[in-house]
Structures are given as C-alpha cells and as structure tokens.
Design a protein around this ligand. Structure first.
Ligand code: ZN
Length: 323
C-alpha cells in the first residue's frame, strides 16, 4: 500500500522521538550512577577504552591472540564489578541501557533492510488518522460498551452486531463477506467501523476508510480532469483495496453520476472478490427510494446487514459527564 509523504514523515518523526527519549533516559541514568559513586565513572571510562586497546594490541603484533584475550578477560571482570555496584546501589542490571519501545528494531523502524512490524502499524494508523478516522487508538472492540443499550432486546441485538463485526474483522479475507451497517446517528456504527479497520490493518491487509461524499468527489475529479494528464486516477484505489469502508452512505449529493459511481464501486468490488463495509443512517425503505433497485438488490444479495438500535450514545455520555 502506498502512503503519502506526510504520513511517512509523521511516522519517522515519531520513531526518532522514541529513540531519542530512550537514549536520553539512559544517559540521565548513567549520570545518576556516576553521581552516586566515583568508582562508577572510573569503571565506565576504563570500559570505553576496551575497543581502542584491542585495536592497538592488534597493531603491536607479537602474540596478538593472547593479548586480546587478556583485554577481554579484564573487560568481563570490570563488567561484573559494575553489575555488583549497580545492585549495591539498588539499581537493576540494565539501569543505564536504553529502553526502546520496540526492542526488535531499537526504534529505527527497520530490522536490517526489512521494515519492522512496529513501523508498518504506525504507518497504517497514521494513514487512518489522515483519512479522518480520529479515534483509531481508542475505538476498539474491547472499548465498545453495551451499557448504552437499555432494553434487553436492544442489548441482545447489539451483542449480535458486535460479535458479527468482530468475526468479520478477525477472520477477514478479501471477498469472504460484506457488511451493511444500518441504524440512526450515534448508535456505534463509527466505533465498530474503526475497530474493524484497525483489526484488519493489524492483520496485514490494505484498508481505506472514507466517507461516501469524499469518494464520489474523487470520482468527479477523475471524470472532469484533463484527459491528457499523466496523473493516475484518484478513484482507482477504491476499486482495488482489500477492504473499503464506505462511511455515511446517503449523505453524498444525489444524481445520476453518484448513482453510477456507487454501482461501479459495489459491482466491481464484488466481481474482483474484494470486501466492502458500508454504513448508513438510512432505513431499508429510504435506501430503496434514494437509489435504484439495481444497487439495492446488490446489497440484499451480497451484504450481511448489521442493525444498530437504541438511543444516541453521544447524548447519553454527555449527560453522564454532566451528572
Ligand atoms: Zn520495531
């Protein structure tokens, strides 16, 4: 998956920040250690000469092997003394070592020439954020609470919806399933869409999460741009990504062009064996009135409908905070 230059920059900045913090914390601890014992500073000064002494022994010639072995033994002894000194001052053995967020790559983002898993995840989270998904960190399946759904019927239906969304994400394979999330505003559709995006990304698939209006705008841009332009189309990615999450169907501007774009997205992705999650505030009847049956029959036949019921969660948590 391609990322924007800005996304790369934010991620490499974050990795550099983590690395610098690990190193400066280690240096601060070294200063503490040296301040606590004069012997500590002497030991570290002597230890820092080891490489230089081995190099000089090699240059001197003679019985190099024996000389180098002696230097190494001395080095080991100094390290043992240092460990004892740290322990006697009540510090752990790795007190002055850098503690990286990711020990695998030491917060460089790379293990040899391969991109580390920590950097991949950061890139995808950042691209979700760049795509307008504000709460990619906090809106997970674990934080989805059923306490806002009051009647037993509501709670049992939302429990099924949550389980189905989780299953979709955890067993995701392109083309395995498509979802249509239906229900009013503030009933958790965005929360579960975000959790789906996060989980599918962490399993290594490409995900695009975008509003219907923004997607249609990209199709319009391609449609009206100079046909001699070498620029690749903006809309192509919506037809290629493993998972497209199309948010807020029904809020885009209507018209024949929009209808044909939506049909193209839904149909092409079905034909290509790719998965789509669509969320909408519209009821089944409103969907039928707004779009033609060519589109809505595609949903009926190929999408699993997950219903969202209850009262607006945002209103409820606002009044909870006021209490
Ligand atoms: Zn890493």
């Amino acid at each position: 998956m391609g990322y924007r230059a800005e996304t790369y920059r934010l991620v490499t900045d974050e990795l550099a920040r983590r690395r610098e913090k690990a190193l400066s914390d280690a240096e601060a601890n070294r200063q503490i250690f040296h301040g606590e014992s004069p012997e500590a500073a002497e030991l570290d000064a002597a230890l820092s000469q080891t490489a230089k002494r081995i190099f000089e022994a090699a240059l001197d010639g003679g019985d190099v092997e024996r000389k180098v072995a002696a230097i190494r033994r001395e080095n080991e002894q100094m390290l043992a003394v240092r460990r004892e000194l740290l322990a006697s001052l009540g510090h752990p053995a790795d007190f002055t070592d850098p503690h990286y967020t990711c020990p695998l790559c030491a917060d460089t983002g790379y293990v040899l020439t391969r991109m580390c898993a920590c950097m991949k995840e950061l890139l995808q989270l950042e691209s979700l954020r760049a795509g307008g998904v504000a709460n990619a960190d906090t809106q997970t399946f674990d934080t989805f609470s059923l306490k806002y759904y009051h009647t037993p019927e509501e709670r049992s239906l939302m429990k099924q919806t949550l389980a189905a969304a989780k299953d979709f994400a955890e067993c995701f394979k392109p083309g395995r399933e498509n979802l249509l999330l239906m229900g009013g505003t503030g009933l958790g559709k965005t929360h579960l869409s975000t959790a789906i995006a996060r989980t599918v990304i962490s399993r290594g698939y490409d995900v695009i999460y975008e509003t219907a209006q923004a997607i249609i705008s990209d199709f319009e841009y391609d449609h009206f741009r100079n046909s001699y332009s070498n620029e690749t189309g903006r809309a192509e990615k919506y037809l290629k990504t493993d998972l497209l999450i199309l948010d807020d169907l029904g809020t885009e501007f209507g018209g024949q062009f929009t209808l044909s774009c939506l049909y193209q997205i839904v149909n092409t992705r079905l034909v290509r064996g790719l998965s789509t999650v669509i969320s909408t505030n519209l009821t089944a009847q409103e969907l039928n009135e707004r779009y033609d049956t060519r589109l809505t029959s595609r949903f009926l036949g190929n999408y699993r409908v997950l219903r969202f019921v209850g009262q607006d969660i945002r209103q409820q948590s606002l009044s909870e905070r006021k209490e």
